[in-house]
Design a protein around this ligand. Structure first.
Ligand SMILES: [Zn+2]
Length: 150
């Protein structure tokens, strides 16, 4: 029997991935931890349950998967089937992300978004560059920032 997964089932499976800890998020946590940062994870009391929260610095680090967050980059590709459904869903995700960003800023948090395309498949040395950039931003007085690939 062919191993066929219905598109509905596939959607459920893919939806299950959303919100769980992703590999790149865990790598980012480790990198920050190694640099001496201590943080809260998935703060349920903040808009969008941000991944990594550093109260001491009023800083939030978001690690965004390019597919789920509908990033305008080389990693993003709309699935071949149910394109309209996916487009609407990912548009909603993007809309929600920008609303959460505004709400976080209004509550006094500054946010750095680290996109998957900046760190996916890169060597350790480049990971260190990204961690260094995030480290500097956390210690700075800068507002929102973005780290992305191409
Ligand atoms: Zn991207």
């Amino acid at each position: 029997m062919a191993d066929v997964v219905s598109s509905e089932k596939r959607s459920e499976m893919m939806a299950g991935i959303r919100g769980k800890d992703t590999g790149i998020e865990i790598q980012m946590r480790r990198a920050l931890h190694a640099r001496g940062f201590r943080y809260r994870l998935h703060a349920k009391d903040l808009p969008g349950k941000p991944d990594i929260v550093l109260p001491k610095y009023n800083a939030v680090v978001m690690v965004n998967g390019c597919f789920w967050h509908g990033h305008d980059c080389n990693l993003f590709r709309l699935p071949a089937t149910n394109r309209e459904k996916w487009r609407r869903k990912l548009d909603r995700n993007r809309q929600r992300d920008s609303e959460n960003l505004v709400r976080l800023n209004e509550a006094g948090w500054r946010v750095i978004e680290v996109w998957e395309c900046a760190v996916r498949g890169v060597a350790d040395v480049e990971w260190n560059d990204v961690a260094e950039a995030v480290d500097e931003w956390i210690h700075s007085d800068s507002g929102n920032a973005t780290v992305r690939g191409t």
